[in-house]
Design a protein around this ligand. Structure first.
Ligand code: FNR
Length: 387
């Protein structure tokens, strides 16, 4: 047995015994948030932490986990845990993912946050889902993921040639799956960003995958003034005309597994399966797009409708315990968004690595101490209602 993820905490205690100071990074989500707020410019902080409208949806995402508990089982022989999963034939050591975060590039002090997250992915085996909105081109980011599989998230542009070019580049760069985000065909109503009067992409940030693309370059030649670049990007970023009928086109573009992100309704999960998709990503975009309902509430219905398809889940996961609850409710893998953006702002790659190792340790210890040695046992037990 290679050891449990939970051994990470033992390592911290042991090295402190040996006079090494404990890690300088936080162990609690509130402290991560405080450190990130101090580190980031106010407009970037508000962009990361904020969301749609009165933010009831994003707050509800987090609060929903408190309504689920786990049933502790004793003497069940859970001293060795197996958190591994297989997604489309890709073996992963754990079900934890870094969700696509389009401004991760500008969250680190050096302005290369996509590379920082990719390096943390390489170090921990936690896959990075790289956003279309990167600060470094997707090819450079893929190289930094090392042996850890990476996935590419596509915001389908209005221009089909550009969409195809991005997919082709992702294939060639070695990304192992395509995550197509459906919930951002236009921008959610975000009071915090409106107060600042802008958001990062409108300032020309995180557009490297466009400016490095031959199809985009044919529209906006290198050396064009920045306003032209931004205006062209804004004009083709989201395709509001995309419908279920267009999935046949998307399916025909690539042999990579395709996952639809932003699915909350069971009927939509069934339609995705009917359209030949390879996975469902249940998410309300962290409450940043449609003000709707706590994402966790959607998960059981989506899992049931998805049948044999894997279901990825994010929105509101703040702790390893939250991740375990989502897995107990049937998620195949669980993503975090804001938490690793906070870590990126706090200290780049080492901080993200620390966050991921702590989350994995907490997931593993939560499973073990509750008596579940693997994900099948956890899922069979499910959650129990609280309150
Ligand atoms: C996001 N998210 C996102 N999703 C996506 O498909 N492409 C993207 O480029 C982005 N960009 C982005 C930026 C920022 C600042 C945040 C916080 C989120 C949504 C993300 O993938 C995920 O769905 C949520 O972040 C999950 O919710 P939590 O973990 O932040 O609560």
């Amino acid at each position: 047995m290679a050891g449990n993820f939970g051994d990470h905490q033992l390592g911290i205690y042991l090295s402190s015994l040996g006079d090494a100071p404990p890690p300088e990074f936080p162990f609690h989500i509130d402290e991560w948030a405080r450190r990130a707020e101090r580190a980031l410019p106010a407009d970037v902080w508000d962009y990361v932490v904020g969301g749609a409208g009165d933010e009831a949806t994003q707050d509800g995402n987090v609060a929903a986990f408190a309504r689920h508990g786990l049933m502790p089982r004793m003497l069940s022989g859970a001293q060795d845990r197996d958190l591994s999963i297989s997604l489309w034939g890709i073996d992963l050591p754990s079900p934890l993912l870094m969700a696509p975060v389009g401004v991760i590039g500008i969250c680190t002090e050096d302005g290369h946050g996509d590379l920082a997250a990719a390096r943390a992915s390489a170090a921990t085996g936690v896959p990075f889902i790289g956003s279309t909105l990167m600060q470094d081109p997707l090819e450079d980011v893929a190289r930094e993921c090392g042996d850890t599989p990476a996935f590419f998230q596509l915001y389908t542009p209005r221009n089909r040639e550009l969409a195809e070019s991005l997919v082709r580049r992702a294939e060639q760069a070695g990304y192992r799956a395509l995550v197509v985000t459906l919930d951002t065909w236009t921008l959610g109503y975000r009071p915090r960003d409106l107060r600042h009067g802008t958001f990062p992409q409108l300032s020309g940030l995180c557009l490297a995958n466009y400016t490095s693309d031959p199809v985009f370059q044919s529209m906006v030649p290198a050396g064009s003034d920045p306003l032209t670049t931004v205006a062209t990007w804004a004009g083709l970023f989201g395709d509001p005309t995309l419908t279920w009928d267009d999935l046949a086109w998307l399916r025909g573009l690539t042999d990579l597994p395709i996952v639809l992100k932003g699915i909350c309704a069971p009927d939509d999960a069934r339609r995705a399966a009917d359209a030949g998709m390879d996975g469902i990503y249940c998410s309300n975009h962290g409450g940043r797009q449609a003000a709707s309902a706590p994402a966790l509430q959607f998960l059981p219905g989506v899992v049931e409708a998805a049948g044999d398809l894997p279901v990825l889940f994010d929105s509101g996961v703040r702790t390893g315990v939250d991740a375990v609850k989502a897995l107990a409710l049937g998620a195949t893998a669980v993503g975090i968004g804001r938490p690793y953006a906070y870590a990126a702002a706090t200290g780049g790659t080492p901080a993200i690595e620390h966050l991921l190792r702590c989350l994995l340790a907490e997931m593993d210890l939560t499973m073990g101490l509750n008596g579940y040695a693997d994900l099948a046992a956890l899922r069979a037990a499910g959650t129990i209602p609280i309150g």
